[in-house]
Every structure is written in structure tokens, then in C-alpha cells.
Ligand binder design. Structure first.
Ligand code: UD1
Ligand code: CA
Length: 474
């Protein structure tokens, strides 16, 4: 640890009672990421920091999110309040660390620049504590900042403890602070759980610092939206909306066309190349990467997929964990999933499902088909209604179809099975045995045609129906 290193403490141990959820609050998602991940990423971009995340409720799941990002989880058990959370952190923070930045895990819109500015203000102001505050039109639910005549902060008063003369204050506590630790620790040790929740409130340390003659400052956030918490589902939806707007705006700035952008959902990690067009009601999720000059048409959902330049995903496709080579056209209404790979010049049409299969260059599968665990060689035509019967009730079995094969419509391939290059499979065949190169395989019953049979049958049926009519009873 270098001499000027400081600690960032992310408060993420609480349950989030107001969400009425089985899932811990900080694991709920906004903009496609867990709330706490946004906060840790914002902290990680600071220099000379070490990030501690206070975990408690669903601690293991929270750790799984934050530890890959390099943050250290610190268990708070039981969760006796925001002040108690810092006392728990104290045991992990080396004594030589002078400053700590505190950020709640449920305020995911906070930006690195804002945290940096808060630290600068704290050091420049020679304060014991500096609070990031915000002016809110509707401050309900937040702790209020009570200032002295000289502008310094006297106290933070929680909503439930507000006096009548304090209700009009609309400067609120964001729960984002910078502390000089040598000043904070003695005061925090004196805070008692004297509130309705019987918790040790970090906010109570503020009044104690002020009473000891320490300087407590509050910096008003330039953009009040940055401090928004996600205590309720409605707040979660508001925050999610802001992330989505930010993401779409960034992509449009970078040269992506998005029509009716308010209807388009794009996750934080999605990348899109220039001159790609995204039509209304599209969702681009997870780690999806889309190249330049693509078109994603209305209603399509694409998750964790890699789409090269110049592709077109037509209306209402569901594409997950799939790779499309450049220039590929899929859909409308195709379902590509779990390791589907469609190579250049291949074409997947409507009502076609492709799972864990490779379609080589120039393959056509245009209508009503299921290809699972299959490998289809270049130039092969897969007729309408072709089905790989890949599942035998126990295992998934592979189907290998060679190059330039003609698969007639309505063919079933009972896997494991192999079809050699250049073979023909007659329409309606159920292929159970391997087919050699350049062979024709027909596997269906021969047709029998009986002239006049249908007319005769109709006559019989009518005759049988007539007398019954009279004797019909209810
Ligand atoms: C807190 C502040 C309030 C401020 C608001 C801003 C206190 C007492 N109040 O209220 O002044 O306006 O944030 O959003 O601090 N947590 C723990 N351990 C605990 C309790 C909470 O880690 O024992 C974590 C929670 O997981 C959460 C964060 O601390 O991420 C804040 O807790 P929360 O219950 O949301 O506090 P608020 O009621 O919003
Ligand atoms: Ca909160």
C-alpha cells in the first residue's frame, strides 16, 4: 500500500426490505448489471484505492459479483446499521490509511468523476467529513442535511426523526461520504442505536463530529440523479431507465442509428459498430457484440452473441450465445442458441431453430427446421421441415451432414448419423443409417393410390348419419 492510498467502503450487506424481494437489494439489476457491480466499477476507476464491500445478506452471491472485479468482501453479521458496517470495515483497513470514501451499494448511477471531486473537496476543505448531498424536489425517504449559519453541516436527520421545521429541507444525504478516519473512528464508537430500527446509524456520527468542533462539509451534486437509490421497485425502474438512456445516447454518439430509442433495451456491456441500425422494440443483452453496417430488425432479442459486420437479423428473432459471420441474414422468427454458428453466405429462415450447430458457408435452412448438435457442410440445402432427432431420451447425439448435400423437405435424421458429401436424402425420409457420399437415401413407405375411394367413403358416412337425425334426443 502506498502512503497516499485510501479506502473505498461499499455498503452492501442490507436486505432491502422495501423491495419485498427474496433477492438482496444490491443484486437487483439496472442497466443489465447488478447494482453493486456499477458501484464497484465506479470505485475501481479511482487511483490509489482499495475497495472493500460490506456483505451480509446473500453474502456469497454478492461476493461472486464483486471479487472478480478485485474488491474485497467483508462480512457484517448481523447487519446493525450503516455505522456498524463501517466499524466492521475498520478491522480490515490498515491503520496508516488516512481517508475513506463510503458509497452505498444501492446507488449505482454514481460516477467516478463525482467521487474524485468529493475527495478533492474533502482534502482542500480540511474536513473531518464531507458529504455528497443533492437537492431533490421530493426529498421523502432521505436523510436531510441540517446546516449551520456558516454553511457547515450540523447534522443529518433521518426522515423518521424530522422535526416540523426540518421537513421543508430538500437538501438530502446521498450516503456517499469522504471521511478522515482518525476523526471518524472515535465518534463512531460513541454512536448508540437510539432509533426505531435499533441500528447504529453512520449519519449520527456527523452530529457528533460537529459537536466536537470538527469541520463537516457537504458538496451538492451537480446532477441530483446520480445519487438516486433503489429502495423500491419504482426507484429501481427509474434508475434502470436512466442507464438505458445513457447507453443509447453513447451508442448514437458513436454512430449507431436507433429508431424509437425509448423502446430499445441495451445492456451496459453491449458493443455496436458504426452505421448499424437498430429498429424499435429490440433488446441487446449481456456481452453481445455487433459489428458495423448491420441491421437488427424490430422485435429481435440478442444475448451474449457475436455478430460480424454487415449482418441482418430480421424481425422477431431470439439469438443467444451465437456467432454470425459477416454478411449473414437470419430470420424472421428464427431461434439461434447455445453455440450456434452461422458462417458467411449461410442463410437461416423463418421458424428455424439452431442449437449447438455449425452451418458452413452457403448452407440454406430456410423454413421450419430444427438443427441441434449438427454440423452442416458448405453449400448444403436443408429442406423445409427437416429435423435432427438429437435426443434419445438420455443423451444428445451428433448429426454430421457433408458438403453440397440435398436434404429433402420433411426429413428426420435420427442421431448419431452421418451423411456423406453430395448425397441426396429423399423428402419425407427418416434417416437412421449413415448415407455414403453421392448416394440417394429414401426411407419412407411406398404410396398406394385407390381411385374413387374417398367419394365412396363420403357416401357411406352420409347414409349412416341420416336415420340417426330423427331419433336424436337430448
Ligand atoms: C441511508 C441514509 C440516509 C440517506 C440514504 C441515501 C443512514 C442511517 N441513512 O438511508 O441518510 O439519505 O441512505 O440513499 O445511513 N447497509 C449495510 N449494513 C447495514 C445496513 C445497511 O451494509 O447494517 C447497506 C445497505 O445494503 C445499503 C446501504 O447500506 O446498500 C444503505 O442502507 P439503506 O437501508 O438503503 O439506507 P437508507 O434507508 O436508504
Ligand atoms: Ca438506500
Amino acid at each position: 500500500m502506498s502512503a497516499n492510498e485510501f479506502a473505498v467502503v461499499v455498503l452492501a450487506a442490507g436486505k432491502g426490505t422495501r423491495l419485498k424481494s427474496a433477492l438482496a437489494k444490491v443484486l437487483h439489476r439496472a442497466g443489465g448489471r447488478p447494482l453493486v457491480e456499477h458501484v464497484v466499477r465506479a470505485a475501481n476507476a479511482l487511483k490509489n484505492k482499495r475497495v472493500y464491500v460490506i456483505v451480509g445478506h446473500q453474502a456469497d452471491a454478492v461476493r461472486d459479483v464483486i471479487e472478480p472485479l478485485g474488491a474485497k468482501g467483508v462480512v457484517q453479521e448481523p447487519q446493525n446499521g450503516t455505522g456498524h458496517a463501517l466499524l466492521v470495515a475498520r478491522r480490515q483497513i490498515p491503520a496508516r490509511v488516512k481517508y475513506a470514501v463510503v458509497v452505498p451499494g444501492d446507488a449505482p448511477l454514481i460516477r467516478t468523476e463525482t467521487l474524485q471531486a468529493l475527495m478533492r473537496a474533502h482534502i482542500k476543505g480540511e474536513a473531518a467529513a464531507t458529504i455528497l448531498s443533492a437537492m431533490l424536489g421530493d426529498p421523502a425517504g432521505y436523510g436531510r442535511i441540517v446546516r449551520r449559519a456558516d454553511g457547515r453541516v450540523r447534522a443529518i436527520v433521518e426522515e423518521k426523526a424530522l422535526g416540523d421545521e426540518q421537513r421543508g429541507i430538500n437538501e438530502v444525504n446521498s450516503s456517499i461520504y469522504c471521511f478522515t478516519l482518525a476523526k471518524l473512528w472515535p465518534c463512531l464508537a460513541k454512536v448508540r442505536p437510539e432509533n426505531v430500527h435499533k441500528e447504529i446509524y453512520l449519519t449520527d456520527a456527523i452530529a457528533l463530529l460537529d459537536q466536537q468542533g470538527e469541520r463537516v462539509l457537504a458538496e451538492v451534486a451537480g446532477d441530483a440523479r446520480e445519487i438516486l437509490g433503489c429502495n423500491t421497485r419504482a426507484e429501481l425502474a427509474d434508475v434502470d431507465r436512466i442507464f438505458r438512456e445513457r447507453k443509447r445516447a453513447a451508442l448514437m454518439d458513436a454512430g449507431v442509428t436507433i429508431y424509437l430509442p425509448e423502446t430499445v433495451t441495451i445492456d451496459a456491456d453491449v458493443q455496436i459498430g458504426t452505421d448499424t441500425i437498430v429498429e424499435p422494440n429490440v433488446q441487446l443483452l449481456g456481452k453481445t457484440k455487433i459489428g458495423a453496417n448491420c441491421v437488427v430488425r424490430s422485435g429481435s432479442v440478442i444475448k451474449d452473441s457475436v455478430i460480424a459486420d454487415g449482418c441482418e437479423v430480421r424481425q422477431n428473432c431470439l439469438v443467444t450465445a451465437t456467432r454470425l459471420s459477416s454478411g449473414v441474414v437470419v430470420g424472421p422468427m428464427a431461434h439461434l442458441r447455445d453455440g450456434a454458428e452461422i458462417r458467411a453466405g449461410a442463410r437461416v429462415g423463418n421458424f428455424v431453430e439452431v442449437k449447438k450447430s455449425v452451418l458452413d458457408e452457403g448452407v440454406k435452412a430456410m423454413h421450419l427446421t430444427y438443427l441441434g448438435d449438427a454440423r452442416v457442410g458448405r453449400g448444403t440445402n436443408v429442406g423445409a421441415g427437416t429435423i435432427t432427432c438429437n435426443y434419445d431420451g438420455v443423451r444428445k447425439n451428433p448429426t454430421k451432414i457433408g458438403k453440397n448435400v440435398f436434404v429433402g423437405s420433411g426429413t428426420e435424421l435420427i442421431a448419431p448419423v452421418k451423411v456423406g458429401d453430395g448425397a441426396y436424402l429423399a423428402a419425407g425420409s427418416t434417416i437412421t443409417d449413415n448415407v455414403p457420399k453421392d448416394a440417394l437415401a429414401i426411407a419412407r413407405g411406398r404410396q398406394t393410390t385407390k381411385p374413387g375411394w374417398a367419394a365412396q367413403r363420403r357416401k357411406q358416412l352420409r347414409a349412416a348419419a341420416t336415420p340417426k337425425k330423427k331419433s336424436r334426443r337430448r
